[in-house]
Design a binder for this molecule. Structure first.
Ligand SMILES: *Cc1c(COP(=O)(O)O)cnc(C)c1O
Length: 467
């Protein structure tokens, strides 16, 4: 499989190249040249497969030419063997229509583990084939950081530099990153910065010749295609359990960077019968405005109880716009350049109509998040985290026909956000015992000004040159 850039001018790469490159050299994002498509019979034949085996089936077309299906299965078996639940991503029924897809049984308690446990192994596999070092530079609104650090800590040939906005991630989130003391792990708290600022610095590093000449800069954010690819799998897993391919399923997805929900779009392109993808935001609602009104303009970031969605520039939306605009990289490059200079853009009619065929959206404010957490607890005994609450709120208000199951992606364990959950329910969720000593461990991180110069200087002083 070949990968092409959404902005049309970077060279096409194979899966190995796209995984190591992260961002394309023209500033675009890599997407497969075409969507593989499975027949209904083929999808039906996967019912009941263990998760790691299903994962190898779903991802095989994407890695073709870089990994055999046998090797892929070895990697998925290793990656998903570290999950605390045998089903890896179990479904839980809330009522006659609503389901939760629990994506938080990995080592760091958020859905990011599903993709990053595999990505860490893919980096190791591909770097082992040649004499290269990889310098990962990433930004985190909380959960990517810990999941990526867990996935690469102590691995040879990889250094990771993880930027988080100082004071804007929860204590649990910060400690899950900063208590990993492996020498290849570098945590950086950025002063006077929010997640969008951190992400903008990371994107600049990728496009800075001074840095890319010396270092092979790699990505663990969802701009890296391999992450989205791994997330496609759980849409199939949930769909199959609820009767696909003979029955349609709707998904409600708490979204920030549009990565997780784009994976659902990919699953639909590959043949999974998806009734609707519901994009759930908090008050940082650029995606809701874009889908409901065609207005993709950057507002100011408001901190919320769901910090991993406190985002006003949604990188992966570019991948959808590319597809909906007939895959015209040149036109999209112009549209994105306009957005980057004015911080605003209007979707074209074709983009709006194309999106509305599959996507709806909703936005949950602080009261709606809290009342959704409370209601879920009172009705079912389940404690859900504030991100999941945005999803469940959107699921309940989307008006999906009662015959269609609606699956809300439960993206984080409630104990990652204990204050918000306790405020809403009076119950304090406890951390699973496997991470129970988090608050006793030593922390290590740098604090830097939130500038490109400060970050590149630090990275250059601590990273290994590419060869
Ligand atoms: C990252 C994250 C999200 C948003 O996911 P995107 O891929 O950025 O849309 C939602 N919930 C949690 C808990 C997260 O960590």
């Amino acid at each position: 499989m070949d990968y092409i850039s959404t902005r049309g001018s970077a060279p096409a790469l194979d899966f190995e190249g796209a995984t190591l490159a992260g961002l394309a050299s023209d500033g675009g994002l890599y997407v497969p040249r075409e969507w593989p498509r499975f027949s209904a019979e083929e999808i039906a034949s996967w019912a009941g497969l263990p998760y790691a085996e299903l994962a190898a089936k779903v991802m095989a077309p994407f890695v073709a030419g870089s990994l055999t299906e046998e090797r892929l299965l070895e990697l998925t078996t290793a990656a998903y063997g570290r999950f605390a639940h045998d089903g890896v991503t179990p479904l839980k029924q809330l009522d006659s229509q609503q389901w939760l897809l629990e994506l938080f049984h990995g080592p760091t308690l958020a859905f990011k583990d599903v993709a990053l446990q595999l990505l860490g192994l893919l980096f190791e596999e591909f770097l082992g084939r040649s004499d290269r070092n990889l310098t990962i530079v990433g930004a985190t609104s909380g959960d990517t950081g810990s999941a990526a650090i867990d996935a690469v800590a102590g691995r040879a040939k990889v250094d990771i530099f993880m930027l988080h906005p100082k004071g804007r991630v929860s204590d649990v989130q910060r400690r899950q990153m900063t208590t990993v003391l492996a020498p290849n792990v570098h945590n950086i708290a950025l002063e006077h910065a929010n997640f969008d600022d951190a992400q903008a610095i990371v994107k600049r590093v990728f496009n800075d010749k001074g840095m890319t000449d010396r270092f092979a800069i790699g990505a663990v954010n969802s701009i890296n295609w391999a992450r989205l690819m791994a997330q496609v799998v759980y849409y199939f897993a949930a769909g199959l359990q609820l009767g696909a391919p003979h029955r349609k399923v709707a998904f409600s997805v708490p979204t920030g960077n549009f990565g997780d929900v784009f994976a659902g779009y990919v699953a639909a392109q590959m043949g999974l019968p998806v009734e609707r993808l519901i994009v759930a935001t908090n008050v940082n609602d650029i995606l809701h405005r874009a889908l409901a009104e065609g207005d993709y303009s950057q507002g100011t970031v408001t901190p919320t109880a769901a910090p991993s969605m406190d985002i006003q520039v949604s990188s992966n939306f570019e991948r959808l716009l590319f597809d909906l605009g007939g895959r015209d990289g040149k036109a999209l490059a112009e549209q994105m350049a306009g957005f980057e200079s004015t911080k605003a853009m209007q979707l074209t009619n074709a983009q709006r109509e194309g999106a509305s065929a599959l996507f709806s959206s909703a936005r949950a404010d602080a009261d709606e998040m809290a009342s959704t957490i409370r209601r879920a607890y009172e009705a079912t005994g389940e404690l859900i985290d504030p991100h999941t609450a945005c999803g469940l709120f959107a699921a309940r208000t989307a008006g999906i026909d009662a015959s269609v199951p609606v699956v809300t992606l439960a993206t984080a364990h409630p104990a990652k956000f204990p204050e918000a959950v306790e405020r809403a329910t009076g119950q304090r969720p406890t951390l699973p015992t496997r991470v129970g000593d988090l608050f006793e461990r030593e922390e290590k991180y740098e604090t830097l000004p939130g500038t490109f110069e400060a970050v590149t200087e630090f990275v250059a002083a601590h990273a290994s040159p590419k060869v």
